[in-house]
Design a binder for this molecule. Structure first.
Ligand code: PHE
Length: 345
């Protein structure tokens, strides 16, 4: 009766959920066995001596049957998993491809080291900027044509913060502003980082890297700028016979402004940076004396403080130093490319 009914429920359970349900039915508080246990209290001593072992025996038997069924179901589930998950643990592991420092990271580290020797600290700023830091404070007002020249990625108007339009910074120059606003001169910093412009070909990618340099102090001249750049370029390209050429140029945030070319010589038809008598020139950065309006926009007195700034493409530096010719390959993450240029093992 009860016994055979409960044992058949147990036997019929075909999953771990079903066996748990069967356990509750057979042995739970509302089960027939629990009800039988309760009747023991109302029995005479002699009757209880006969009935108690019978009821407890029944409970033990059903409980064992459930445990056995559960173990069998678990074993079957494991069996099924082992049959489908075929991992051959005897196979030798394949060699994992090894990554390496990326040329851009390598150049950033080198720049930080070279400029640390000249007393420059490393500063950073946000890649998501507002148009005040990226343009206005740098003497590029809303109507200035330089804004159009930057091919800026703007965020939708709804993303504006404090009435300022948000954008992906188009250069590292906003870090000049943030540094002058948060620190008192003398200031000597470089600011390497990612920059963005809507532009793409063999020498332009929508995301690229720049390093900004900024010095603010008393009595700073163009001579300090030229010496600093010469020292940096000689250390970076690891030769002393490098000639720089400063060409007059225009940036709204520097006055005067200069574009800086580095001399190269032709070796077997290839351009190699350096040589006392260059065969040609390659532009490597923009620079100038920080415009008094920019110094004033940051709350400093331009009669007291002067300085120079420069901005240089890091990817371009890496291309020149390591002889790489397609900028887009920098961001493909292709280990063969890294290996080709001696970066990966
Ligand atoms: N921000 C300029 C650019 O991206 C470079 C620059 C920096 C020029 C600092 C002068 C001074 O082209």
């Amino acid at each position: 009766e009860i016994r055979s009914k409960l044992l058949s429920i147990t036997e019929a359970a075909d999953s771990l959920d079903a066996i748990e349900a069967a356990r509750v039915t057979a042995l739970g508080k509302a089960s027939e066995i629990a009800a039988l246990m309760k009747t023991l209290g109302g029995m005479s001593a002699e009757e209880r001596q006969v009935q108690a072992p019978l009821i407890q025996g029944l409970r033990a038997e059903v409980s064992d049957a459930i445990a056995a069924r559960k173990a069998a179901l678990e074993a079957a589930a494991l069996e099924a998993r082992l049959a489908t998950e075929t991992i051959d643990l005897t196979l030798p592991a394949g060699a994992a491809a090894q990554g390496s420092v990326h040329p851009v990271a390598q150049v950033m580290d080198e720049l930080a080291e070279i400029f640390a020797d000249l007393g420059f600290a490393v500063a950073t700023g946000p890649e998501i900027e507002d148009d005040w830091h990226n343009f206005t404070a740098l003497n590029i007002p809303e109507t200035h044509p330089a804004r159009a020249m930057h091919d800026t990625f703007y965020f939708p108007d709804e993303a504006a913060r404090d009435g300022k339009k948000m954008l992906l910074r188009t250069h590292t120059s906003p870090v000049q502003i943030r540094t002058m606003m948060s620190e008192m001169p003398p200031i000597r910093i470089i600011a390497p980082g990612r920059t963005y412009r809507s532009d793409s070909d063999a020498t332009h990618t929508p995301m690229f890297h720049q390093v900004e340099g900024l010095v603010i102090d008393k009595g700073i001249t163009l001579g300090h700028l030229k010496w600093t750049l010469e020292t940096f370029v000689k250390a970076f390209f690891e030769r002393d016979d490098i000639v720089l050429r400063l060409r007059p140029s225009y940036f709204p945030f520097t006055e005067p402004s200069a574009e800086v070319d580095v001399g190269y010589t032709l070796v077997d038809g290839r351009r190699v940076i350096g040589g006392a008598e260059p065969d040609g020139w390659m532009e490597i950065l923009g620079s100038g004396m920080v415009h008094p309006k920019v110094i004033a926009a940051c709350g400093l007195d331009p009669d007291e403080w002067q300085g120079f700034a420069f901005g240089c493409g890091i990817d371009r530096l890496a291309m020149l130093k390591y002889g790489m010719d397609d900028l887009r390959a920098f961001f493909d993450g292709d280990l063969r490319w890294l290996k080709h240029y001696g970066f990966a093992a």
